[in-house]
Design a protein around this ligand. Structure first.
Ligand SMILES: Nc1ncnc2c1ncn2[C@@H]1O[C@H](COP(=O)(O)O)[C@@H](O)[C@H]1OP(=O)(O)O
Ligand SMILES: [Mg+2]
Ligand SMILES: [Mg+2]
Ligand SMILES: [Mg+2]
Length: 413
């Protein structure tokens, strides 16, 4: 039995996926100690390959498990704050950012809550957060009342969880928590990616929205959580399907290699979900943005027509579309932003892994995989398409033809 001293390797400094594959590839007489904060595995090179395999399986099944639990807790608490605000939505709770998109006290409050929970629950190692909001507008003198309200909401939300101390946060604490979201992300290290309210327009309207949180490790999305407070547990987008199920509020969670789960947002055990297995486009239905300003509805309908889709589009706000697709409510999601709009990583990272771990495929209009390692923006060709493995080739053909026809008709004008 080989006995040697190995230096511990911190999960914070090495990607578990890379680390585990290096363990399996090694044939030297060494032992490895992998410290996953809570998981400590020793692998001796003299052990059998089946031992190595089971060590790999054990480690792989545990990788990012603690982080996923914390992400679920953070998104659920943020959702509680958002639900409080949506119930009592006042005109003064909605502001306009300099880019003219609406932002509510709930967007800021949700971002502060998620940042604070992640930092408190995962205190070791550096903390990097790529998030949508910043405190610039809140620091202006006319925003004093708004900041006071956000601080109250954050304190009330955190104190609703028994594990947090009652000592209240100051307005400066809340501003600082919001501003942790200024990271640029990138291909190295770990970065949390957050949209504190995805689909603010849906939120303001009283419709669908999501709290979307993901973790990047070495440029790859390794986990994601979508809290969708207004999404029914019963399938949506099936007009002929009557359901007695009236519960609302879903939490989707996915970890690399471990599949996608769905549970009730405030209770119930997780269950595995899977994308639709439909192969015939005539039986498929497709999702797109509720807001015509967010996606070219005309292009989507010409793609759907080419593909032979019969059903009308199902239009809902936010990454709730990715969640609904991950559990098979519809088979296709089409998103073609207007010219000049740049897609952000927080608008897709959590949805991406929720769908891919449920067996789906996410690509740009040219069929390229999405690359989340380039900073705050996604660099992509034309649009984003999502479906199951079987439908993707014919969907990409239809997209190519429709995009070509669209540009030919634009150039003939
Ligand atoms: N002009 C735009 N084009 C495309 N997407 C947009 C635009 N403005 C905001 N968004 C973002 O689109 C997403 C919602 O789109 P949809 O609900 O249509 O799928 C949100 O992330 C929203 O940001 P936000 O997070 O501020 O709501
Ligand atoms: Mg916004
Ligand atoms: Mg968004
Ligand atoms: Mg947002």
């Amino acid at each position: 039995m080989a006995m040697c001293v190995a230096s511990p390797v911190s999960i914070n400094s090495l990607s578990p996926v890379r680390l585990l594959s290096s363990v399996l590839q090694s044939n030297t007489k060494r032992s490895f100690f992998i410290s996953f904060k809570t998981l400590r595995i020793s692998i001796s090179s003299s052990s059998s390959s089946s031992n190595q395999r089971s060590a790999f399986t054990a480690a792989a099944s545990m990788a990012y498990a603690r982080e996923l639990d914390v992400a679920k807790k953070a998104a659920s608490l943020a959702a509680r704050l958002c639900q409080t605000v949506q119930k009592a939505l006042l005109q003064s709770d909605v502001q306009s950012k300099s880019d003219k998109s609406p932002v509510t006290v709930a967007d800021y409050g949700s971002q502060a809550v998620v940042s604070l929970v992640l930092q408190r629950e995962l205190p070791f190692g550096s903390f990097s957060l790529v998030a949508e909001e910043d405190s610039g507008d809140l620091r202006k003198s006319e925003s004093q009342e708004t900041l006071k309200r956000i601080t109250e909401l954050v304190n009330d939300t955190l104190s609703s969880d028994a594990t947090y101390s009652k000592s209240p946060l100051s307005e400066d604490d809340v501003l600082a928590a919001i501003d942790t979201g200024k990271s640029e992300g990138g291909p190295h290290g770990r970065h949390w990616v957050l949209d504190p309210i995805d689909g603010t327009k849906g939120f303001v309207r009283g419709d669908q929205y999501a709290i979307a949180l993901a973790l990047l490790d070495e440029g790859r999305v390794v986990l994601g959580v979508l809290a969708c407070p207004n999404l029914p547990l019963a399938p949506i987008g099936h007009p002929h399907q009557d359901s007695v199920q009236t519960q609302v509020g879903c939490l989707f969670s996915a970890r690399i290699g471990a599949g996608t789960d769905m549970q009730l947002l405030h209770g119930s055990s997780p269950m595995k979900v899977h994308v639709s297995t439909i192969e015939n486009p005539a039986e498929a239905s497709f999702f797109e943005s509720f807001e015509a300003a967010h996606s070219l509805h005309g292009l989507s309908s010409s793609i759907a027509k080419k593909l032979g889709v019969q059903a009308p589009p199902v239009r809902i706000d936010s990454q709730a579309k990715y969640g609904a697709l991950a559990r098979g409510d519809g088979a296709i999601y089409l998103r073609f932003a207007h010219q000049g709009y740049r897609e952000k990583i927080w608008d897709h990272a959590a949805g991406f892994i929720v769908v891919t771990e449920a067996g789906g495929v996410v690509a740009d209009a040219a069929g390229n995989a999405l690359d989340f390692s380039k900073g705050r923006y996604l660099d992509l060709e034309k649009g984003i398409v999502v479906t199951n493995q079987k439908l993707m080739p014919s969907l990409l053909n239809a997209v190519r033809d429709a995009v070509r026809e669209e540009s030919e008709s634009a150039s003939s004008l």
